[in-house]
Design a protein around this ligand. Structure first.
Ligand code: TNX
Length: 492
């Protein structure tokens, strides 16, 4: 009989206590959810583990119960495990999933899936069933912000591509999908008050690629699909720089009122909104208002990076005002490190990527910090010189390099209590297909997921590499492209 393994889970759980015996999963194993908060987790279990029949909780607990059952309940959930924590008790006849809420149930199911033999595909349970070793697992994340960013502006990716990437994030318990929706080369989201942004600004991409833009319905579908997987979409509209696509669609956003020619190159730092003009703020308010209504998550990202074409003092004034605008729409603003040079004026999340100075200035103002140090998390960097796509301005990032760092000690002088978590950006100047995206993410994204989830004291490269190598069969079964990174012995 196919048998799962306890030492297969990425990211590594807080505690895995093996117990004697095996749970026997068959096509007749029933699933019972005692809690409404578990309904997305039950759907995930049926879709990604096995299409099992339902039972009521009472039936699942009866003496003459069916041969085996999986029960999801919030009874006796341990509040100390937090909103994302869970317990899995795998006994010989019953698997009990205990979580305090929606996300904990989902992460428990993702763990359960990894405990199953990789051969248990989505097709169903083999006739003689599969076995899972008995154990008691309890688990909770180190950091609340565990993200990846997809740049859909340099190259456009379809809603189906984005949803597929979201499945990958969720499989590794990443809970934020940051969508870089606008840049010089393309504007990718319909704004009803200013349709030209998408219809004109959406037509271009790097190297003359086809471009494209999401309708509001597309974004709603992406957001809802992600929500059911425990992933919050953080939409980014990058201002005041990185705005050539907007300036090509709406000439009045530039100070001279002239539309800019479309841009399909890869330089940065040449475009700017006219931050001195009141009309710019009215436009930004329209854009943020629509984005805020479309995305139920708490955050809207305003970019703010590399605004070399904006006067430095005017930039700071713009940032302070733009952050407030986001708050006026009920959201917490997020910006790239550079915004730390401005007065933040209220709750803000700052995404560090390169220069520690504005990040430290932001932390001193009370901002929460998301760490995306380019030399560890920039997944557009090649693995090594043989990687067919990607860039190298930060140097190569092997899977081991993505794994072997401690966020709490990554910026000298940064109070670790300010750190919300980490995020892995994937810029797409050189990346234009789903398979290329996957090859850049896998296996480095699972490495970063473990950095974000697992406590520092429990992490160890060789343990990780061995568990990771066991996932290649899962990627292949799911049709996910991956890189045979020589830094991971079992993958090369
Ligand atoms: C810097 S990182 C950028 C992006 C580029 C990336 C390429 C950051 C906030 N801005 O505009 O795509 O480098 O690696």
């Amino acid at each position: 009989m196919l048998t799962g393994r306890l030492d297969a889970v990425v990211p590594l759980p807080l505690e895995v206590l093996p117990a004697p015996g095996q749970f026997h999963l068959t096509a007749a194993t029933t699933v019972a959810a005692v809690d409404d908060a578990a309904s997305d987790a039950v759907a995930l279990l049926r879709r990604r583990v096995a299409p099992l029949p339902s039972a009521t909780a009472a039936a699942a607990g009866r003496h003459d119960r069916p041969p085996s059952s999986i029960v999801l309940t919030s009874d006796e959930a341990d509040p100390a495990l937090g909103p994302e924590g869970y317990r899995l008790r795998i006994g010989t006849e019953r698997i009990e999933v205990v979580a305090g809420g929606h996300d904990g149930f989902l992460w428990a199911v993702q763990t359960l899936r990894q405990l199953m033999p990789p051969e248990l595909g989505d097709a169903g349970v083999p006739p003689d069933g599969v076995a899972v070793p008995c154990a008691s697992i309890h688990d909770a994340p180190r950091y609340p912000w565990r993200g990846a960013m997809l740049d859909v502006a340099r190259h456009f990716f379809s809603p189906a591509d984005v949803c597929s990437v979201t499945e990958l994030l969720a499989a590794y318990k990443l809970n934020r999908l940051h969508l870089h929706l606008t840049d010089d080369q393309g504007w990718r989201i319909e704004v009803r008050a200013h349709p030209e942004l998408a219809t004109v600004g959406g037509q271009t991409a790097v190297d003359g690629g086809p471009g494209g833009a999401y309708t509001q319905a597309d974004l709603t579908a992406i957001v809802e699909h992600a929500r059911r997987l425990g992933v919050t979409v953080v939409p980014e509209v990058d201002v005041p720089g990185h705005t050539n696509a907007a300036l090509s669609a709406l000439g009045w956003l530039s100070c001279d009122g002239e539309p800019r020619p479309p841009y399909t190159g890869t330089h940065v730092g040449f475009s700017s909104l006219c931050v001195e003009e009141e009309r710019t703020y009215g436009w930004l308010d329209d854009v943020i208002g629509e984005l805020a209504a479309l995305t139920p998550g708490a955050w809207i990202h305003l970019g703010g990076d590399e605004s070399a074409a904006t006067d430095a003092e005017a930039y700071r004034g713009f940032v302070t005002r733009a952050l407030d605008l986001v708050r006026a729409h009920g959201k917490v603003p997020v910006g790239w490190g550079e915004i730390g040079a401005a007065e933040l004026g209220g709750p803000t999340v700052v995404q560090h990527w390169f220069d520690p100075r504005p990040t430290l200035a932001a932390a001193a103002q009370g901002a929460g910090i998301v760490l995306s140090p380019a030399d560890r998390t920039y997944l557009d960097q090649k693995y090594d010189e043989s990687t067919p796509v990607g860039v190298t301005w930060m140097g190569a990032i092997t899977t081991e390099r993505a794994y072997a760092w401690d966020p709490a000690r990554s910026i000298e002088g940064l109070d670790p209590d300010r750190i919300l978590g980490i995020e892995a950006p994937l810029w797409t100047e050189t990346i234009s297909t789903r398979a290329e995206v996957e090859r850049m993410l896998v296996p480095r994204l699972p490495a970063l997921a473990e950095v974000a989830w697992t406590s520092e004291a429990s992490r160890e490269w060789r343990s990780f590499a061995a568990r990771l190598a066991g996932h290649r069969g899962r990627w292949d079964a799911d049709g996910i492209a991956w890189t045979a990174d020589p830094s991971v012995a079992g993958l090369a």
